[in-house]
Design a protein around this ligand. Structure first.
Ligand code: SF4
Length: 300
């Protein structure tokens, strides 16, 4: 059995920045309560590691960022890598919270493009994932923005249509939906905004040679990890598993596997991916799955 780690994989610049911003708050505000509004990046082990440093995450998947703010009355609030809307910022400031923005610059760039097009009187079709914080922050900008999650294209009452997308979507999915939009609105202006980190991780799967099995290490709520899995399935890889850590590897996943690839989402700690690679390499020799414990102090 061959074990083939795929490059690039793991942390992107936006995730590295967000974690550094959170850690810097411990130095800058040593005696204050520090909170993150939602998961700082979509990985539960990163959230646990921050919690271990006394940086608390305020999260409830049924609540918007605006609603989550009601849970905090004082202290430092960190906005996550996925971006934040002006409405949420204003509410946080009005509550007297000290705001720290860990938004990724690629997410901010998309927000700026959308605002610019709104100022030019365009209607915006934004391809993204429902209830994802990045899409939530964009859609909160204006009611002239319509979220599109599949190839059902809504009626738009404006001759000027601008189309863009969440940074972590799949290349294939965006191509398909954009084509449906152009079918209905041939004059729509399309600007791809899948970030470079997402693009090169997806392209690496297209280029991986004859894998029969692929492990994507990433959190189940991580959009870019889910898209890596979708791309792999689309490429015809027979066995594709999205796992959060080495603890999720089961011996039956490896029956009849000869060429086993490993990749990981942009928010997955390298430590977790390395444990998966070690576990698979050990299986290739011993034919036994031996799980390693996760040491939360090694995550960040
Ligand atoms: S996946 Fe892309 S947009 Fe998201 S944090 Fe990383 S670099 Fe930024």
């Amino acid at each position: 059995m061959q074990i083939i780690p795929i490059t690039p994989r793991g942390y992107c610049k936006g995730v590295v920045n967000a974690i550094n911003v959170a850690k810097q708050c411990l130095i800058d505000y040593p005696n204050q309560n520090i909170y993150v509004l939602g998961m700082i990046v979509h990985n539960k082990y990163v959230v646990m590691a921050l919690d271990n440093l006394n940086i608390k995450t305020i999260e409830n998947k049924n609540m918007t960022r605006l609603q989550l703010l009601d849970e905090i009355d004082s202290g430092i609030i960190i906005f996550t890598a996925h971006g934040i809307s002006a409405n949420v910022k204003q509410k946080a400031i009005a509550k007297g919270l000290t705001c720290i923005d860990a938004s990724c610059i690629d997410v901010k760039k998309t927000q700026d493009i959308v605002i610019n097009k709104l100022n030019q009187d365009y209607a915006i079709l934004y391809i993204g994932k429902k209830n994802h914080p990045e899409a939530e922050a964009i859609c909160d900008i204006s009611d002239k923005i319509t979220l599109i999650c599949d190839d059902t294209i809504p009626n738009v009452n404006n001759d000027k249509i601008f189309v863009t997308n969440q940074t972590t979507m799949s290349i294939l999915e965006i191509k398909h939906i954009n084509s449906a939009i152009l079918n209905k609105y041939p004059k729509a202006i399309i600007q791809h905004e899948i970030c470079n980190a997402t693009t090169i991780r997806q392209k690496a799967i297209f280029e991986a040679n004859s894998l029969d099995t692929l492990f994507v290490v990433g959190d189940v709520v991580s959009n870019n990890s889910n898209k890596l899995r979708d791309i792999a399935i689309n490429c015809g890889i027979t066995n594709v598993f999205l796992i959060e850590s080495n603890l999720d590897i089961k011996p039956e996943y490896l029956i009849d596997s000869n060429r086993v690839g490993i990749t990981s989402g942009a928010s997955t700690p390298t430590y977790l991916t390395n444990q998966v690679i070690d576990c698979l390499k050990n299986y290739a020799i011993t034919k036994q799955v031996i799980h390693q414990e996760i040491d939360i102090t090694k995550i960040l």
